[in-house]
Design a protein around this ligand. Sequence first.
Ligand code: SF4
Length: 289
Amino acid sequence: MLEKCEWKELEDIGHLADSIRKQFFGNTITFSKNVFIPLVNLCRNKCAYCGFRKEPWEKDARLLHPKKVKSILVQGKKAGCSEALFTFGEKPEEVYLSVRHELQKMGYASIIEYLYDMCLEALKLGLLPHSNPGVLTEEEVKALREVNASMGLMLENVSKRLCGAGGPHEHSPGKHPKLRLDTLTYAGKWKVPFTTGLLIGIGETIEETIASLRAIRSIHDKYGHIQEVIIQNFVPKKNTPMSNHPPPNPEYFSKVVALARTMLPGDVSLQIPPNLNPGYIDSLIRMGG
Ligand code: SF4
């Protein structure tokens, strides 16, 4: 299907996508001034493309303590940020005793409990917390909604195949699509403004990408809470199992962006990470991004 598109058809879908973007957003490109707080860079998952996670014995492994978090928040506030972006490894205390002990010493049973208090600190400074804590139970969504302006979780893809032997999510229990779709659903049930997204170029087929966009659309149709969908291109990172895996070519990626714009509801923003697409961002905007 899409991968067989000729340039002419690509232009057609691009024109349609661009007209949808203009109809709903005009010529406005938005961004948020946020301060990034990576609470912890240990993670229970081991995604084969991840360049963020560390093992406890690596010198860069860290769990940020409250004093450090508060200092980052204050710096962000002084720099004019409006949002505190908490993005970090998923439930590391489930697999790392050292993290569990650290959290216990600080008085928390889990990273989610700790996150709750750090969101309160952000709110005290007038920063709006946006948390990306990984998959959540319904109870965790209910708790975190009290202290978050919005939250997020990349769906990545609905393909269970990618969790199978040799797949990028083989060693990532939290990347099972059902768990992620459940989290999106809980967020919808509890009316949490939500960001999700797809990672493109990790071995998925175009049919799996289409199924993923349909799944997001279907949850949004039911609950109306998806505010933004990130279409992120895979970029190989050094020293990861996928360091030699080729990134998606820009032409293919731009088709996926246009497809997302045409399949998703017009009022849902698309985010294409500009830092991962140097030199292409203008053409991606023209494809509806
Ligand atoms: S969930 Fe995957 S991509 Fe995210 S921090 Fe963990 S290992 Fe990295």
